[in-house]
Design a protein around this ligand. Structure first.
Ligand SMILES: Nc1ncnc2c1ncn2[C@@H]1O[C@H](COP(=O)(O)OP(=O)(O)O)[C@@H](O)[C@H]1O
Ligand SMILES: [Mg+2]
Length: 312
């Protein structure tokens, strides 16, 4: 349904995204995960035919996002980072206005309006001025403007940013309900959000895709990627050098006689470390795994991209 191939965007001399490729199947929910400045919004603006790419191509249902913007805009609903709300309008006035712009026929408009208001649970505020709505309701109005023409593809740019925890849960639930027949891409800089909503996650950092995984594989990666804590009775002064020389060791942090050894993803260092400590007579006192959090894995994926590409 969505094909992105070798997409690159320069803003003057600044490369915002470089050689980005991925695809999304019909009915799939994909999370686009990356820290601020990674290039998420740039990619989404290109996909929604709001911004031309410098090179590469992006297609929605076979339509080119640059050459066929009308067709593309008809197929997608877009929730930008800052929803384009007219705060001096009521919810009904605004959604009617958006519906007209999107070319919904006048006789169909009231039905489309009622449906989207029902779906986004906006009934109780439909007569209120948007300016007076809470942040959570404003975001639902933003989603409603993306949905009013019932598009098969939704592109949501950081849909829960700035919301409180209760509103975040509500919006995530709404997104899950919208999935199914629809193809959805949402961007986020929060790892748990990606795994809560999407089946597949593409991780982008500094304009480049550094990993792509199913939610299950990401969790499996998490189980496999661990640090080892090694406690020695009499470590020599150059113990860090010895540890760093072992294959698969990325970093070593010392706290007293305990060494926290970080391994490449998927590598269990306990056997190697144990053998080395015994052979060198360092007085092995303890050797144990320390589980990594999702945040650790995310930071690793975005900071050590070369390690990621070596993964099977
Ligand atoms: N209009 C612009 N002009 C110049 N640089 C920009 C512009 N928009 C974004 N950038 C830069 O491009 C990079 C990617 O930005 P963006 O796509 O907004 O990332 P994200 O949405 O992941 O935070 C950033 O370094 C940002 O500063
Ligand atoms: Mg952004």
């Amino acid at each position: 349904m969505i094909q992105v191939e070798h997409l690159t965007k320069l803003y003057g001399p600044k490369t915002a995204i470089a050689d980005v490729s991925f695809s999304v199947e019909k009915g799939e929910v994909l999370a686009f995960l990356g820290p601020n400045g990674a290039g998420k919004t740039t990619t989404m603006r290109i996909l929604t035919a709001s911004l031309p790419a410098t090179s590469g191509s992006a297609k929605i249902a076979g339509y080119d996002c640059f050459d066929q913007p009308k067709e593309v805009k008809r197929l997608i609903g877009y929730l930008p980072e800052v929803p384009p709300l007219y705060t001096e309008m009521t919810v009904t006035e605004y959604l009617t206005f958006v519906g007209r712009i999107k070319g919904i026929e006048p006789e169909r408009l009231p039905v489309a309006l009622d449906q989207v208001i029902e779906r986004m649970s906006l009934g109780e505020v439909r007569g209120r001025l948007i300016a007076n709505l809470s942040r959570g309701f404003k975001q639902r109005v933003g989603l409603a403007q993306a949905l009013i023409h019932d598009p098969p593809v939704l592109i949501l740019d950081e849909p829960t940013v700035g919301l409180d925890p209760k509103q975040i849960i509500e919006i995530r639930q709404l997104i899950r309900e919208l999935a199914g027949a629809r193809t959805i891409i949402l961007s986020t800089h929060i790892l748990p959000e990606a795994t809560a909503v999407a089946k597949r996650v593409v991780i982008i950092n500094d304009g480049r895709i550094v990993a792509e995984d199913t939610q299950e594989q990401l969790s499996a990666r998490l189980r496999r990627s661990e640090k080892v804590s090694l406690t020695l009775k009499h470590p020599p002064l150059d113990v860090q050098d010895h540890l760093l020389a072992l294959p698969g060791v990325l970093s070593v942090r010392q706290e007293g006689h305990t060494f926290l050894v970080e391994a490449e993803l998927g590598r269990d260092l306990r056997e190697d470390l144990g053998r080395t400590a015994v052979q060198k007579d360092w007085g092995l006192l303890e050797l144990k795994l320390v589980a990594m959090t999702l945040e650790d894995v995310f930071l690793r994926l975005t900071q050590h991209e070369e390690g990621v590409e070596a993964q099977p």
